[in-house]
Design a binder for this molecule. Structure first.
Ligand code: COA
Length: 428
């Protein structure tokens, strides 16, 4: 029998290489301007071009897609996209694991490559959340939670992540919520700061600049004003939340033995660990509210796969840049703890002290994160990979470029930790 860690992050004997990655501009708003086909076409074209791949090179198409069946009455998305991309004939899978769909798609691509059924796989995550009210978006999103035990009692994702935030502030600050809300705001300030350099971000501006636009010079006065930063679900305010987003992201992955024949190989990124795990769906069954056990397990399994000690100092020595699932600022705090980037009782302080900022001990969410880059559910995990691929190739703006990267890590969560993925990349 395999060990739990080996089941969660199996060996990658064929040494999978990401040959190319692509991402559409992320956008929000009440008016729908793109179709699923548009988003898939844009993201896939960029990834295929970067890889130097043609349609006939693709053995399998995987389409992470979460909400279209409900919002757009469009399911069976993988043949739709296969046809649009000129891939009719090959096998295709549409796959849904809530906000982790993109990373589960990537992990599934690796299973096909490891089995030898596919040499080269295209994964294209797409989501449309515009064109309906926020209340309706939240109702549809709640399908990623537990429809029997949580949704009927009014649990929403902002509500559940507020509960995590409350618990973390209680544990780390003895219930000093004034300080705790300020600490969470530091995460939003950092992620908006980084997003100003991301031309594909939904909110490519700092909160400071927005405050000034609204006539407020002091950013804390702006953040503490309920007119500008209203409570969404206490203690989370508007600027603690990711927005609703339309977007697509893609990557082309090939086994090392076939990857070398593509022009993209020279700027390829090897996936050296890919972990996917499962946690409790209703939080009433979860053993803790200040950690997502699925993410903790995925992190431990990924570190174990590459022989990296599960110790903050050891991890920070090797992992140079991280994209985490900050659907809410409290989620970034959970992620930093679950990845063991800092001791669990220091995760709020790490945010406050700039230890996760560019130039800090370990830069987190150089893209702007879900908070400011945007969060198109099923595209998010692949957009994290897109950013790390660009980081590894020194293709991001100099202001957010991390130099001397050894390992790059992506952390992606589905729902409130029903599933979680951790992928670790290294330049070929
Ligand atoms: N951060 C910063 N600004 C935001 C924002 C966010 N998360 N969401 C919206 N805004 C801005 C809009 O750009 C708009 O600005 P404008 O007036 O200058 O045009 C303004 O706030 C109002 O936008 P609107 O869409 O009407 O806001 P809303 O109150 O209906 O929705 C949230 C705000 C936070 C409730 C909504 O974005 C949301 O549900 N986010 C969470 C999504 C989620 O749960 N994802 C899954 C996670 S697991």
């Amino acid at each position: 029998m395999k060990s739990e860690l080996d089941r969660v992050a199996p060996p990658l004997a064929r040494e999978p290489i990401i040959l190319g990655a692509g991402q559409t501009a992320f956008m929000g708003g009440k008016v729908r301007t793109k179709t699923l086909r548009d988003l898939a076409g844009e993201a896939a074209a960029e990834a295929m071009e970067a890889a130097g791949a043609k349609a006939e090179d693709i053995d399998l198409l995987i389409v992470p897609q979460a909400m279209g069946g409900i919002i757009l009455n469009q399911a069976n998305t993988s043949p739709l996209i296969a046809e649009h991309l000129g891939l009719v004939g090959i096998p295709s899978i549409r796959l849904e694991n809530a906000c982790a769909s993109g990373s589960v798609g990537l992990h599934t691509a690796l299973t096909a490559i490891e089995a030898g059924w596919a040499d080269t796989v295209l994964v294209v995550g797409i989501e449309i959340m515009s064109g309906i009210s926020t209340a309706m978006v939240q109702k549809v999103l709640s399908a990623g939670g537990d429809a029997t035990y949580e949704v009927p009692v009014g649990a929403t994702f902002p509500g559940l992540y507020a509960m995590f935030g409350t618990r973390i502030i209680h544990e780390q600050l003895g219930g000093d919520f004034k300080q705790g809300m300020e600490d969470l705001a530091y995460i939003a300030l950092k992620n908006h700061h980084n997003a100003q350099y991301n031309k594909k971000a939904q909110f490519p501006f700092t909160i400071e600049s927005l405050a000034q636009k609204r006539g407020v010079d002091d950013v804390w006065e702006f953040l503490n004003n309920p007119e500008f930063n209203p409570i969404i679900s206490w203690p989370l305010r508007l600027f603690d939340c990711s927005p609703t987003t339309d977007g697509g992201a893609a990557c082309v992955i090939s086994a090392k033995d076939t990857a070398a024949s593509y022009s993209g190989f020279a700027h390829g990124a090897q996936i050296i660990a890919s972990a996917q795990s499962t946690g409790n769906m209703p939080q009433s069954l979860a053993p803790t509210l200040s950690s997502l056990p699925a993410a903790r397990l995925a992190a431990r399994a990924a570190y174990n796969r590459i022989g990296l000690a599960d110790d903050p100092e050891a991890i920070r020595k090797r992992v140079s840049v991280v994209e985490v699932h900050d659907c809410f600022t409290s989620a970034e705090v959970l992620a930093i703890g679950d990845l063991n980037l800092f001791p669990r009782d220091e995760t709020l302080a790490a945010a406050r002290e700039g230890r996760t900022a560019i130039g800090g001990e370990i830069p987190v969410n150089t893209s702007g994160g879900l908070k400011a880059k945007g969060h198109p559910i099923a595209a998010t995990g692949l957009a994290q990979i897109y950013t790390l691929f660009e980081q590894l190739n020194h293709e991001v703006a100099p202001e957010v470029q991390v130099n001397d990267i050894d390992l790059a890590l992506a952390h992606n969560v589905g729902g409130t930790g029903g599933c979680a993925c951790v992928n670790i990349l290294q330049k070929v």
